[in-house]
Write a protein that binds this ligand. Structure first.
Ligand code: ATP
Ligand code: MG
Length: 321
């Protein structure tokens, strides 16, 4: 969300003392921006401009492995950036699949999320530009596995990522966190830093395996570490409309989760599986594919969700919490 304020002197009341600081308070998604401006007596027009983004931080999480978390993180991020939304993609998984899929070859000298979480290095030495305009990346590598262990004894260990991301306020409209397939300290850090969680679920047998554990964890986090955490949505992935099983699982999930399931469905699509080995998001690898269509649609839905929330109030995610 881009915030731009213009203040014209002519719209102010006459007789305002020249040395008076005027304040404009803007309330946006529970944040308050204090904008101060000095009134110059002879200025014909005072044009004050504050430009900054209020980032929506979305964790992509499901402790079940191989359900499409990384594919979603990479391609949703790329589609958001392509839609003109400055986006940061954070690889929170020591498998570093996101880092590879977005086009970074292995490089032991590259700084990663580990350097931020454990060594408190500033982000300007860690964040990398990607090949998609408007998309930047905080990479991972296998050392991040050490962070999950080293954090155990650290103070405020669940709040490290949230604290670090504060330094980036105003820079991005979306921050997408790709979580590992475990409810470990890295996932916990992501869920504490996030405003919402997107849960990819593969349309296959045992699709719901582990989901109730994840929902219990989300509920506990809402009660304790992050009361503002919402569910961005449940995303059906690897959907194959030729199989009865896929259709049945999709129907069951919609019955179970209702409006929390995204309208967008990600089809099983070989181009999505190929793209990471070329280090490209799907919109650069095959813009015409069904996979690109699915993620472009999802990005539009995510952007629209945000508008709905900041307008008519929040779509409460998990009413049981
Ligand atoms: P992990 O839990 O190990 O982090 P993940 O949840 O991040 O896994 P992905 O790595 O995104 O899952 O996907 C698992 C595999 O399935 C990958 O080989 C990926 O290319 C493939 N895949 C993901 N989504 C699709 C899709 N819609 N169509 C075809 N293949 C897909
Ligand atoms: Mg992954």
């Amino acid at each position: 969300m881009l915030l731009t304020f213009h203040v014209e002197q002519s719209s102010w009341q006459a007789g305002v003392p020249s040395d008076l600081w005027t304040q404009v308070k803007v309330f946006h998604r529970l944040r308050v921006f204090h904008v101060k401006h000095l009134a110059f007596p002879n200025a014909h027009l005072l044009d004050f401009r504050y430009e900054g983004f209020v980032a929506r931080i979305i964790a992509i999480a499901n402790q079940k492995g191989g359900v499409g978390k990384t594919t979603t993180a990479v391609n949703l991020s790329a589609c958001l950036a392509a839609a003109g939304q400055p986006t940061l993609l954070v690889d929170c998984d020591s498998q570093a699949n996101t880092t590879a899929a977005i086009g970074f070859a292995k490089d032991p000298s590259r700084r990663t999320l580990y350097h931020s979480l454990i060594l408190s290095e500033p982000f300007d030495r860690i964040i990398q530009k990607s090949q998609v305009e408007g998309l930047e990346v905080i990479p991972a590598d296998k050392n991040l596995a050490g962070a999950a262990v080293e954090l155990v004894a650290a103070e405020e260990r669940e709040y490290r990522l949230r604290g670090a991301l504060k330094a980036l306020e105003g820079k991005y409209s979306f921050i997408i966190l790709d979580c590992p397939p475990a409810l470990d300290l890295l996932t916990l850090n992501a869920l504490v830093a996030a405003g919402s969680v997107l849960v990819p679920i593969q349309c296959e047998y045992l699709a719901l395996e582990g989901v109730s554990e994840l929902l219990d964890t989300l509920m506990r986090i809402r009660r304790t570490l992050n009361p503002n955490l919402e569910i961005e949505g449940i995303l059906l992935t690897m959907y194959d409309d030729r199989t009865t099983l896929s259709r049945q699982v999709a129907n069951d999930l919609r019955t179970f989760f209702g409006h929390q399931v995204f309208k967008s469905i990600i089809p099983r699509n070989v181009r999505l599986a190929e793209a990471p080995s070329f280090g490209k998001p799907i919109i650069l690898y095959d813009q015409q594919s069904k996979g690109a269509e699915g993620y472009t649609h999802l990005a539009k839905e995510v952007i629209a969700n945000g508008k709905e929330r900041s307008g008519t109030g929040t779509r409460s995610a998990y009413s049981g919490a």
